[in-house]
Design a protein around this ligand. Structure first.
Ligand code: SF4
Length: 64
């Protein structure tokens, strides 16, 4: 039930925008240089900001 935030690991280029804009939900794994979702249920509107600022188009909502 409900939707969750997902980061497509193949599309993520590790820029860190999502973490900067929305640290509650995203964390950049520095070793992998990929963003990890640490709060899949999302949070405030910053998820949308992160989506809009993701150069890889890697962030999306998945209906669950
Ligand atoms: S903004 Fe997009 S490309 Fe950049 S780290 Fe986050 S998910 Fe990856």
């Amino acid at each position: 039930m409900g939707r969750k935030v997902v980061v497509d690991q193949e599309r993520c280029v590790g820029c860190g925008n999502c973490q900067s804009l929305c640290p509650e939900v995203f964390r950049l794994d520095l070793e992998l240089a990929k963003s990890q979702v640490i709060k899949p249920e999302g949070g405030p509107d910053c998820v949308q900001e992160a989506m809009d600022s993701c150069p890889g188009g890697a962030i999306s909502w998945q209906e669950g």
